[in-house]
Design a protein around this ligand. Structure first.
Ligand code: PEP
Length: 246
């Protein structure tokens, strides 16, 4: 049986006082039945580590470099994330694909470097509204995932996948549980065929998950938890979502 996983994606939000309040609110609400993690901006990683280290809440980053080390000004390597104690790092978030033109191959390279350093990549895939309207949803997400699976070869079963329809991120428009389940089932079949371990791998749903829609999404058989953006910024909202993943 797969334990649920809830991951907060703070994006480029936060401040030291706001983070302290948010993390102490999450810590005070423990224990959770689900595994819980927060992916914070790079400068806050050490402070998140210090605050969370004695708890079972994990922390992670929102991206990493596709290079191991070297003259790449502004980049942060997988090794540095490992040194910060990161359990997870997001790769291929749709905002990185859209604003930084990240390709499937680049996302795969990042995932590879993370795994080599013992950090679990949360590989985000998802279709745009135009792609959904054109009936291309399954082709798009399968293509995005297959590039990662091929690059990682026998390590592919170590990733977490997040299905995030681009049209649902930050828009208040959520995929219905049935729409999300349909895509998750396709992704799980793909993972199973490629790795033989699809049944134990986690596939999260992301896109306007809130306290009031979380439970029905998480009740679907192939939805193993959520990647939560906006609603991860207030302790009460995030805690309610974590509790919905019982
Ligand atoms: C995200 O940023 O990954 C996300 C799902 O955002 P939101 O929950 O705000 O739609």
């Amino acid at each position: 049986m797969r334990n649920k996983l809830i991951v907060g994606n703070w994006k480029m939000h936060g401040s030291r006082p706001a983070n302290a309040e948010l993390l102490s609110g999450i810590l005070a609400a423990r224990p959770f039945a689900a595994d819980v993690a927060v992916c914070v901006p790079f400068p806050y990683l050490f402070e998140a580590a210090a605050t969370l280290a004695a708890s079972e809440i994990r922390w992670g980053a929102q991206d990493c470099s596709a290079h191991d080390q070297g003259a790449y000004t502004g980049e942060v390597s997988a090794q540095m994330l490992a040194e910060c104690g990161c359990r997870y790092a997001l790769v291929g978030h749709s905002e990185r694909r859209a604003y930084h033109h990240e390709s499937d191959a680049l996302v795969a390279e990042k995932a590879k470097l993370l795994l080599a350093r013992g950090v679990t990549p949360i590989v985000c895939v998802g279709e745009t509204l135009a792609e959904r309207d054109a009936g291309q949803t399954e082709d798009v997400v399968k293509r995005q995932l297959s590039v990662v699976i091929h690059a990682l070869a026998h390590c592919a079963s170590e990733i977490v996948v997040a299905y995030e329809p681009v049209w649902a991120i930050g828009t208040g428009r959520t995929a219905t549980p049935e729409q999300a389940q349909q895509v998750h089932a396709v992704l799980r079949a793909q993972l199973q065929a490629a790795t033989g371990h699809g049944e134990r791998m986690k596939i999260l749903y992301g896109g306007s998950v809130k306290a009031d829609n979380a439970a029905t999404l998480f009740a679907m058989p192939d939805i193993d938890g959520g990647l939560i953006g906006g609603a991860s910024l207030k302790a009460a909202d995030f805690v309610a979502i974590c509790r919905a993943a019982a």
